[in-house]
Design a protein around this ligand. Sequence first.
Ligand code: PLP
Length: 230
Amino acid sequence: MTPADLRIKDNLEHIRSRIASALSRAGRPDRSTQLIAVSKKFSDELIRQAYASGQKHFGENYVQEAISKIDKLRDLPLEWHFIGPIQSNKTKQIATKFDWVHSVDRLKIAQRLSEGRSESRHSLKVCLQVNITGEESKQGCRVADLFELAYLVEQLPHLELRGLMTMPKANASAQEVVDTFRRLGQLKNTLNQEVFELDVLSMGMSDDLEIGIQEGATFVRVGRGIFGDR
Ligand SMILES: *Cc1c(COP(=O)(O)O)cnc(C)c1O
């Protein structure tokens, strides 16, 4: 093994043990949170090494870069998650190449993803990204628009609405992160009291995955903690 292989293997083991401890502290079942390794700006070779250490879910933000890696890694049974901002001229490529999209935040994008998916067999699994903190410049639908968006997305033929995703404020205090993630969980519960059957909460990254898990995350998204600094 090369030093890079060993580092990724050690980092993955460390992150997995943080996840396992957090699940146990939260009284949640083993493996009820899955790890997405965020591989943006890291090479296909490093992804291959992470796979060799048991990693299956990978997250990407940039369409061109992601597609070149997805094509090079076609021999591996990986699940690809698109987690970045979505431009409408990229929806076809995202819909064709990815298994999941976490960053759906408006109807037009959802419609285009559904159309783009139509030729393939399985529905594209999606989460709605919610801007809980209400910052002007931030991705995500407003809380006030979430229910209507969820109803409309639910009706699109080639999407499967699975859950919600959020990001805390930059430099948020631990308590602000708790509040943000807790609110996302409450929104999922409220939607499920209506007609929805959402089973996914995508929240928590390298520095706050414990809070995500305490608040019910089923996916955490970790880049630097696995691959190092970009
Ligand atoms: C980059 C990114 C991550 C991972 O961030 P790191 O700082 O690399 O751990 C998680 N979620 C989203 C939406 C991202 O864009």
